[in-house]
Ligand binder design. Sequence first.
Ligand SMILES: Cc1cc2nc3c(=O)[nH]c(=O)nc-3n(C[C@H](O)[C@H](O)[C@H](O)COP(=O)(O)O)c2cc1C
Length: 197
Amino acid sequence: MTRVLAFAGSARRDSLNKKLARAAAMYAREAGAEATFVDLDDYPIPLYHGDLEAASGMPENATKLRELFLAHNALLIASPENNSSITALLKNTIDWLSRDVGDGKGDCSGLAPWRGKVAGLMAASPGAFGGVRALPHLRQVLSTLDVTVLGTQVAVPRAHEAFAADGSIADERVAKSVRALAGAVADASRRLAAAAG
Ligand SMILES: Cc1cc2nc3c(=O)[nH]c(=O)nc-3n(C[C@H](O)[C@H](O)[C@H](O)COP(=O)(O)O)c2cc1C
């Protein structure tokens, strides 16, 4: 069974990217996958600091998130665009979850939450470019961690107008591309698992 973890690089309660990630999780379920939406705001973690890590290891919430990542084999990530790149929250989360915790999961346990996963990338912004400038940065970071990032991606411009009051995607063209991306992630993940035996 393909298990997709969907999340956004925003902590904001009314985050447009959380709405996008939630919608993508729903479409992944429609495509036959199990899908979990996780709100990073439920797992606050400090800014990565080498001295903090040396003194007390991985923070408890980062460890909980790591376990969640280990229990899934595909990712749907919606990233806001901050000054043409990904948010500090998203990068900090990735950085903590790429640390080796020496639990024997893989030859380098820092890669264990990432390696072999398929990811679909999305962005939502009230601006005209829809956050698309952040996505190459996210693609590069994830590729470093051995994630297979699909070429297809979704950017939602004027995103404050793209969602209905209940959080669903109101714009049919956006809904269609998110549905296609979620389906492609579920499909690619299944194929990768089958090829790996
Ligand atoms: C520090 C900062 C920088 C931003 N830079 C950009 C940007 O480069 N491009 C853009 O489209 N929006 C930019 N924005 C606006 C965000 O895209 C917008 O606040 C968005 O709604 C945040 O995502 P969220 O709704 O998921 O929280 C910026 C916002 C902040 C706070």
